[in-house]
Design a protein around this ligand. Structure first.
Ligand SMILES: CCCCCc1ccc(-c2ccc(S(=O)(=O)CCO)cc2)cc1/C=C\c1ccccn1
Length: 242
């Protein structure tokens, strides 16, 4: 802890997510379920801040045959970012704060008629030591998290014409193991991972509400489908990485 200049602010974001992002949306009526596919449930809230659509999004999903660490690793690792992220046009790692904390500048593909957006954020991956037990009281094998939140940085010579969007995003993953019994070794069929994905995106400048809400309605389920399938494929033939 305290390894870099942003450790304290990172710790605050982590604590906030551990206290509120793990609250499952099904339990209260403040979240509206807007997409459901199998185990994937995507919820939204309508939120307008200074006339900008900032609808918070929360998704829960259960993915077979992968671990929390694998999900968080492929979400965090920029080496594979363009293999699953369909909405970014370019990105650059501006700074490495420690072996699992970096600062990224990225531009998103322009969505007509809005101006192109860019984001500048800290991205950190960490293991949660005293894992919060889920509602059902089941004990996870382990809990990992990736936290992405907007920061300032001098070196972000932004792409001209881009409007700076701000993000507060978190992926919390928990591995559940069902032992195969009679001393057989654990294989991927004994695993599943339960995730909570929370995204708060402020578009940073005006964009038509209809355009923004259409983007979110289309892009979030697509991202969850594509990313989870990507991790299952990537890990299928590999040793289990707890
Ligand atoms: C007019 C368009 C305004 C919105 C532009 C925008 C801003 C931010 C972001 C965004 C979304 C996910 C992340 S992440 O989960 O951290 C993964 C790393 O990239 C970071 C940023 C996206 C998008 C635009 C499209 C969009 C919106 C949802 C879902 C997917 N794409």
């Amino acid at each position: 802890k305290g390894e870099h200049r942003l450790s304290a602010v990172l710790e605050k974001h982590i604590q906030n997510h551990l206290s509120d992002s793990l609250q499952l949306p099904g339990n209260d009526n403040t979240w509206e379920l807007f997409a459901e596919e199998g185990e994937m449930k995507v919820y939204r809230k309508e939120l307008v801040e200074d006339g900008l659509i900032c609808d918070p999004l929360k998704a829960i999903h259960s993915i077979k045959r992968v671990t929390a660490r694998e999900m968080c690793h492929y979400f965090w690792d920029t080496d594979v970012r363009l293999e699953w992220e369909g909405t970014i046009e370019s990105f650059r790692v501006l700074e490495v704060l420690d072996e699992r904390t970096i600062i990224i500048y990225q531009t998103h593909k322009r969505v007509w008629p809005s101006a192109q957006r860019d984001c500048l954020y800290l991205s950190s991956m960490l293991k949660i030591d005293n894992p919060p037990v889920t509602d059902g009281g089941r004990i996870p094998h382990d809990t990992w998290m990736v936290c992405n939140f907007s920061v300032d940085h001098n070196d972000a010579n932004s792409v001209s014409g881009c409007v700076r969007a701000t993000v507060e995003i978190c992926l919390i993953c928990q591995t559940f193991v069902t032992p195969p019994g009679d001393n057989r070794p654990i294989d991927r069929d004994c695993l599943h991972c339960e995730i909570v994905y929370v995204a708060n995106v402020n578009p940073g400048g005006w964009a038509p509400a209809s355009v923004l809400r259409a983007i979110y309605k289309r892009e979030y389920p697509k991202f969850l489908r594509r990313f989870t399938a990507y991790v299952q494929t990537k890990t299928n033939a590999k040793e289990i990485w707890f």
